[in-house]
Design a protein around this ligand. Sequence first.
Ligand code: FNR
Length: 366
Amino acid sequence: MTALFSPLELRETTVPNRVMVSPMCQYSCDDRDGLATDWHRVHLGSRAVGGAGLVMTEATAVEPRGRISPEDLGIWSDDHRAALEPITEFVSAQGSVPAIQLAHAGRKASTSRPWEGHEPVAPEDGGWDVVGPSGEPWPYDGEAPRTEQLDQQGIERVIDSFRSGAERALAAGFEVAEVHAAHGYLLHEFLSPVTNHREDDYGGDFDDRTRLTREVTAAVREVWPDDKPVFVRISATDWLPDWDAWTVEDSVRLADQLADVGANLIDVSGGGIHPQSRPESAGPNYQLRYAERIRAETDSDIAVGAVGGITTPEQAEAVIANERADLAIVGREHLRDPYFALHAADALDATDEIEGPPQYRRAIGF
Ligand code: FNR
């Protein structure tokens, strides 16, 4: 029996194996309306056919101004729920667990798609003014969008948007809700001293900077059923060793705080808070040591997902077998190979440990 194809129990949800499709923006809504399209259905659906135990949507904005680009997915109305429903139905029918990443891009919102330059889009060109913990914009090379400091009312609106986004996601059939608190987007902007210079209850010391992420996670947990898990994705480090920045020690502390408000898994990523935030290397397992450390040092029994540079079946198996993380989260390799999990089962001699679609199984014998 392999470790990679052993099930993972989180609350009363069983993830059939330890391969998760990492959230990856597709910038593919047709009319800048945040509605899922055939692209999302086929993209996510084929990764479920490919055997991943858990299929996570891209960052899905809880309010329109929280989109990274005008073409991002959203979950701010019932039309959005309805457009996502066929995806959860199909993913579940393949035996995978459908998961949604709930997101707000904060001051990094309103940019063009990567293949159109990834530049700020002005309101007159279909973009919008953005929000953050302060009025300081992301340090763009060119002109930055107007960045508004969120006031108390604005903060409450953000928390409410995550709560109602989670309610709609549940109604759409998702089984896991992941709060996106990584990569320099809104919640991370509050966590990190690099971007949070507030002097109210939401800035200053560790407890004040983590308050928004804790309140958002608690709001999601409030509407997410007790038998289903909540994940939180964090950047374990800001990768700014010479700055007053977020560190792995902070992440260990935060993981325990999040467990206290009902999070079940920490999805451990890194960076994104500033243009100078760069990993020391981006090779195999480049973030695994953070996941491993959080798993070893937290007092709670929160599960841990590792992401970054996991590209081979042997690597993914070793991550789980050596108890370095509970989930092997695979991003870009899933873009190269939607059938990563089926191929991994084959490579690890574990084809009898994975169902796989009956439509293919007889013909190719996995
Ligand atoms: C990403 N990533 C990402 N992360 C996230 O939390 N939400 C998102 O929507 C996206 N979008 C996204 C789009 C694309 C095209 C890529 C390549 C990446 C980051 C991704 O989930 C993952 O953490 C990194 O790619 C590192 O893992 P891999 O690719 O080395 O397995």
